[in-house]
Ligand binder design. Structure first.
Ligand code: EPZ
Length: 441
């Protein structure tokens, strides 16, 4: 098939990115808050919503279920009226199935509203196996019957409603934690969820659910306790900022010797990233309006990091930072403990001149599910190495943004193919690149 010319970005690299950009709400919260609106037969209003493709995918999924959704992209306001909810046509839902992992989170809300849910095969970035066993086990524990044999996907029913249960997650999965919260808030009785994840995006979802009328508490040992209530009402809420997008632009400032003020970036959710940014030699200044990130000149320093669940170093921060680490003076080590296969994006970086070696061993001390298994989940980066532009194919959202950063930092031209994938999670990145003085078309 012929390539769409709009899907290729031609970049002339080697220019520092300088200027101001604005980052809105978090992709990985907004999509979940939109699903939460399904729980209440009324109107919900979500503010600070970014103009990204994932918002449109979730809007379309909601509309297929009879829900009214109005997206005011310019002002970042999404209004959802879930007074009416109906079962969607299986074939229609299927057309959106390859686009996102969000459909699985419709399970609990749809079962509460309609007694059943149909979940198509899931999409999302190809960065590991990305199973949904924890999600399905959670739903079963809450009393749902899960039929995986359905020819088009998964059919979930609960003729007698969902009821509270004691659930333990074998790994603190973000999605499975959200699944449990969204399903347990209206389940009859109490639910205890131990081994949960507590990312800031999850805590913002808890805030939304509490506004809606839910009773949820969290213990210091990452156990959520949910007391089911009989009904919930719509909410009005302003999303927390996208800390992944903010960190991506920070890494771009470092890799291109630039100076970027990220309006909207907030410190509390980025403490771990900021510590690493400082250790690498980047400078930042936190203000009431955002965070300024810049390369102060001189050598960047190598670091050893391990990705982890919150409050650890996010796996989604790893990929953009690795590009900056190719410019640090010495050996950096990154041990990826969240996804088994998140270093595929380094191959094009090596072809651009980076020296990166991947290892099956755990190069770090965190407990890791991939120890003694055959996954190349540790990377050693030796720098500084000059990068040279080339043709690149975008593999996944964060890997793709990293390639874009590499192209901007490299000398000479690069063609970045499949660039539209980046629209899934980086709002108006072309406009932002322009504002930062990048040379591209
Ligand atoms: C969310 O994915 C984010 N996506 C990811 O963002 C992010 O990387 C990830 O959390 C970790 O922070 C959204 O919020 C839409 P997980 P999620 O369940 O919920 C294993 C981005 O670029 N697991 O916490 O799908 C899984 O394989 C992305 O914005 C199971 O084994 O992640 C992985 O190794 C990509 N069984 C680990 O847990 C399950 O049933 C963490 O996954 C579920 C997960």
């Amino acid at each position: 098939m012929a390539e769409n010319p709009d899907d290729v970005l031609h970049v002339e690299g080697g220019k520092p990115l300088n200027g101001t950009i604005k980052v809105r709400g978090a992709k990985n919260f907004v999509s979940k808050a939109m699903v939460a609106a399904l729980l209440a037969p009324g109107k919900s209003v979500l503010k600070n919503v970014p103009e990204i493709r994932d918002v449109h995918v979730v809007s379309d999924l909601l509309r297929l279920h009879g829900v009214d959704v109005d997206v005011d992209g310019a002002n970042g306001i999404v209004t959802i009226d879930a007074s009416r909810v109906q079962l969607a046509d299986v074939a229609d839902v299927d057309t959106l199935s390859g686009s996102s992992r969000i459909p699985i989170l419709f399970s609990g809300p749809l079962v509460h509203r309609l007694g059943e849910a149909f979940i198509p095969a899931l999409g999302g970035c190809a960065i590991g196996g990305r199973p949904i066993d924890f999600h399905l086990e959670t739903l079963r524990k809450l009393g749902a019957t899960v039929d995986k044999e359905h020819k088009d996907g998964i059919h979930i029913t609960a003729p007698n409603g969902l009821h509270g249960a004691k659930i333990h997650l074998p790994y603190p999965s973000v999605g499975a934690t959200e699944q449990t919260l969204l399903a347990a808030v209206l389940a009859e009785g109490k639910t205890e969820l131990s081994g949960a994840a507590t990312e800031p995006e999850i805590m913002d979802l808890v805030c939304v659910l509490q506004k809606m009328g839910a009773i949820i508490s969290v213990d210091v040992d990452r156990t959520f306790r949910i007391e089911g209530v009989k009904e919930l009402q719509g909410y009005t809420h302003t999303s927390l900022t996208d800390r992944i997008e903010a960190a991506s632009w920070a890494s771009a400032a470092l890799a291109t010797h630039g100076d970027i003020f990220v309006k909207g970036a907030t410190q509390p959710e980025m403490i771990t990233f900021l510590n690493v940014f400082r250790k690498v030699g980047g400078k930042f200044e936190v203000t009431d309006k955002g965070i300024r990130f810049w390369h102060p000149g001189g050598d960047l320093k190598p670091v050893a990091i391990e990705t982890d669940v919150h409050p650890g170093f996010m796996t989604d921060w790893q990929q953009p930072l690795v590009v900056a680490l190719t410019q640090a003076n010495g050996l950096s080590i990154v041990h990826e403990t969240v996804y088994e296969n998140r270093f595929g994006f380094t191959k094009p970086l090596v072809e651009m001149g980076a020296t990166i070696q991947l290892y099956r061993e755990c190069l770090g001390s965190l407990p890791c599910r991939f120890r003694q298994r055959n996954y190349k989940h540790s990377a050693v980066i030796f720098g500084p190495t000059p990068l040279t532009g080339r043709d690149i194919d975008v593999p996944d959202l964060r890997g793709g943004f990293s390639h874009l950063i590499a192209a901007l930092a490299a000398s000479g031209p690069s063609d970045v193919h499949g660039i539209s994938l980046i629209d899934r999670g980086y709002a108006d990145f072309r406009g932002k690149l322009e504002a930062l003085g990048a040379d591209f078309d």
